[in-house]
Write a protein that binds this ligand. Structure first.
Ligand code: SAH
Ligand code: ZN
Ligand code: ZN
Ligand code: ZN
Ligand code: ZN
Length: 439
């Protein structure tokens, strides 16, 4: 696979831009050593089919190519600006129901004058106000695995997150790549007693058809790029500024194939924005955050955010075959919440089997037994783990101690050693493609 042995060097000043903002600098590595020339590639698209931007770091780029690139970047911007989409929405809601059409091919709300142009496209009609308020149901999820990978929360998980956020007393949610949560917050905000607000930051520009500039910013979370420029940045900054003592939490659910390092860098910038806006003084606090990601990325996330802990709650999705809550009983989802809030404050639903461990001072899943030797609830995947006296830690129930490797592993593992750790879990012995955490 393309990213194997690829190391991210990051966002550097003066980097060239593709339609997705400044490109990131990478280098190929072999056995942990840099090998070959450094190069720039698109930050957002890991599939070359989606954006094939490529440039050697030391490459001399001609004036003509720069001009052609600028032209290319211009053409690849959306047909309408966010402002235009807001105006279009205003006109759209004035139409009587029978005239409210949504083109499924173009994923666009249509005004009557545009029907003709879309006459041979599939469309939905009688778009209700309820549908306009649930764009994540109206738009089809972008399921391109490598680039967008839109996995929408199952209703149950989304409701759990919202209840948790409001029980913790937050009144503002910075929703980064969580359109369905944003939508649920908006719905709740329209109820009388609820003054909770959300700002959605997402690369999916289709959402600009449904939200104003105060509710949605076109944003790339891999390079912290606001497509709307300074004005959009200011919107975000204002939202993070906690006037009236309204507390803010950031919730993010990035594509899992994403580069953790690039994400962490952007999230730190958002945290810094929050910190800069302080008037009241957050002292040495961090902006509260929920980062939703698979459990096998725990060590990677903690590398960048040492104050974070992993919560046992299993996040379920609607359109993910593997992770959704089946009819015949629940499949285990590997997706968890990582947070810098005190673990004991994150109350998990007892009716779903979670229980409070008084020793660990946190809620854990039903299968997660407290190990007396480790003195903690050690399971990561929800199954009961077993303690290995030789490894001096708890391991997955399917693992056995291998005297050859001097550690626990699957019975059918091959005992070969590799120097460099796996890109996903950081452990030695295998590469990303064969990582047991993923399969
Ligand atoms: N579970 C969430 C959706 C998560 S899917 C929910 O139900 O609300 C990942 C989300 O991140 C999608 O909305 C996708 O559009 C967005 N996304 C993907 N790449 C992105 C990028 N580079 N920058 C910002 N958002 C991105
Ligand atoms: Zn790009
Ligand atoms: Zn415990
Ligand atoms: Zn143990
Ligand atoms: Zn062992």
């Amino acid at each position: 696979s393309g990213t194997d042995g690829l190391v991210l060097l990051g966002l550097v000043p003066g980097a060239p831009s593709c339609p997705h903002g400044p490109a990131l600098l990478f280098v190929k590595t072999s056995q942990g050593r840099e090998e070959g020339r450094r190069f720039y590639a698109c930050s957002a698209c890991r599939d070359r089919k989606d954006c094939n931007f490529f440039q050697w770091e030391d490459e001399k780029v001609s004036e003509t190519r720069i001009a052609a690139r600028e032209e290319h970047n211009r053409i690849h911007q959306p047909a309408f600006t966010h402002r235009q989409n807001v105006e279009r929405y205003k006109n759209f809601v004035r139409l009587p129901l029978p005239k409210r059409r949504f083109c499924q091919e173009c994923q666009q709300l249509l005004l009557p004058a545009e029907w003709e142009k879309h006459s041979d496209h599939q469309f939905l009609c009688d778009i209700s106000t309820a549908q306009l308020k649930s764009p994540s149901q109206l738009l089809y999820p972008l399921e391109n695995k490598k680039t967008n990978a839109q996995y929408l929360f199952a209703g149950r998980s989304c409701q759990f997150l919202l209840d948790l956020i409001s029980d913790l007393g937050f009144q503002r949610v910075l929703s980064v790549g969580t359109p369905r949560l944003h939508e649920m917050v908006q719905a709740k905000a329209s109820q009388e007693y609820f003054r909770i607000r959300s700002l959605l930051l997402d690369i999916d520009f289709r959402y600009s058809q449904f939200y104003t500039e105060d509710e949605f910013c076109h944003y790339n979370m891999f390079n912290h790029y606001f497509f709307g420029g300074e004005a959009a940045l200011e919107t975000c900054r204002k939202f993070l500024c906690q006037d009236n003592g309204e507390r803010v939490i950031m919730v993010t659910d990035p594509p899992f194939g994403g580069l953790v390092e690039a994400l962490a860098t952007s999230f730190k910038k958002l945290m810094a924005m929050w910190k800069e806006t302080e008037k009241v003084g957050h002292n040495n606090q961090e902006m509260p955050m929920f980062w939703i990601f698979p459990y096998f990325f725990e060590s990677r996330i903690l590398e960048f955010f040492p104050s974070f802990t992993m919560v046992d709650y299993q996040v379920d999705y609607d359109n993910h075959a593997l992770y959704k809550h089946g009819k015949t009983g629940r499949k285990q989802s590997p997706v968890r919440i990582f947070t810098n809030l005190t673990p004991s404050m994150i109350v998990l639903p007892v009716e779903e089997g979670y229980r409070f461990c008084t020793v660990c001072q946190r809620y854990v899943s039903s299968g997660n037994q407290h190990c007396e030797i480790c003195n903690s609830c050690t399971s990561k995947d929800g199954r009961q783990w077993k303690h290995c006296a030789l490894c001096n830690k708890c391991v997955k129930p399917s693992w056995f101690h291998c005297n050859n490797c001097n550690c626990c592993a699957l019975p059918n593992h091959s005992c070969e050693q590799t120097d460099a750790g796996c890109f996903v879990c950081g452990k030695a012995g295998h590469k990303r493609v064969t990582c047991p955490s993923i399969s």
